[in-house]
Design a protein around this ligand. Sequence first.
Ligand SMILES: *Cc1c(COP(=O)(O)O)cnc(C)c1O
Length: 225
Amino acid sequence: MVNSRNTEIISQITSVSREIGQAAVQVDRSRDDITLVAVSKTFPIEIITPALQIGHRVFGENRVQEASGKWPQLRREFSEVKLHLIGPLQTNKTAVAVSLFDCIETLDRPKLAKAIAGELKKQQKSLELFIQVNTGSEPQKAGVLVEDLPDFLSYCQNELQLPITGLMCIPPVSEDPEGHFSLLAKLADTHNLPKLSMGMSSDFPLAIKCGATHVRVGTAIFGQR
Ligand SMILES: *Cc1c(COP(=O)(O)O)cnc(C)c1O
């Protein structure tokens, strides 16, 4: 099944991956330390398939309902897919999210933490969890405030025994992201969290220089939404 749209997606994912490697080398990091989360939100199965066919396995979706309409079918066709939830999670969708995703990057409040802990036990499942930090203190944006992170992290780890491995942020659109990336890296370091999800199509090389272990790239791979 070769057509020009498929060829384009394959060439774009290959070039994003190469750029990740180049950014890593510039700061003496290894390409293998950085995971490309290909953000497939809004795109149908036919557009996602070429990326899977060339062996890409890590994808990001921002809506539980949309993801549950696409990925069970794709997973029957392709093994070892890793799915990251990168959008806000409503507590009433926790059960579906826990069963569908391998990593939830947007944990940001005690009620959700508690619901996830309950579901992990119920479903006997393990998954990776990142806390989303609202580094720009934007009122409309999800994520814990920087000053609330220590208490929230302690609640998740000590009270709920949740496997928190990293932090995630989405910098304010109107600001230079570098300060936000550096801040998130510093917070992760302070709290001994090894994973850092930051950087999107427009700024992933910069995020890698600041320490990103996961970059979430949509448009540069699949095109405009
Ligand atoms: C959509 C989205 C992305 C991808 O953005 P692009 O600019 O298309 O690369 C990354 N992170 C989050 C949280 C998103 O919602």
